[in-house]
Design a protein around this ligand. Sequence first.
Ligand code: DGI
Ligand code: FE
Ligand code: FE
Length: 201
Amino acid sequence: MTERTYTENIFAGTRQDLLDRIEQHLRPKRFAHVQRVERTAVKLARANDVDEEKASIAGLTHDYAKQRPDEDFIAAIKQYHLDPELLNYGNAIWHGVVGAELVKHELGIYDEDILNAIRHHTTGAVYMSPLEQIVYMADYIEPGRDFPDVDEARKITAQDLGAGVAFQTKHTLAYLIENNQKIYPKTIDTYNAWVPRYLNV
Ligand code: DGI
Ligand code: FE
Ligand code: FE
């Protein structure tokens, strides 16, 4: 997998070039996580007839901005004219939604399906392409994840990607509420779009 050359108009370099760029911004544990997300995303792509190269690139870059200081995100929200409402949130929301802009402008990845997969990997979205669903699920079920429902999440996702999305969305929202966390409104929209549709059967 290491020698893979990416299609030039998606990323100008090999997979190893991309890994080197990402590694500069992540601590070793986070760098290992994104590589596990890549492997899981590529497997899900194969099973769901989705472009494996895009799954690889989106998996590797989804947390590219996770370890940036808040100032970088605040500057990017202003520079790229993103919704000022974002300023009321923090790293949990910014590293995906704002992180996608950093991936675009720093790494030169312009593929909108990949950028949306990064944007939506934490909160989900009302509409998610198959690639977006794959990255959302790969992040949740990669082999390093260990929480009580993870084996059930893996099983459901193997059977039906959309049902996996609904499962994660429900469990994450329940977890946030249980822990008195602020809910990003789009997280609730994701819940309304996916959970009744997939889990009331
Ligand atoms: O970056 P990772 O740790 O690999 O995973 P992630 O990007 O899916 O999630 C980061 C955290 O964000 C996770 O603990 C759940 C949390 N999160 C998801 N939706 C919301 C949220 N946190 C808040 N405060 N509000 C949300 O709507
Ligand atoms: Fe993340
Ligand atoms: Fe992640």
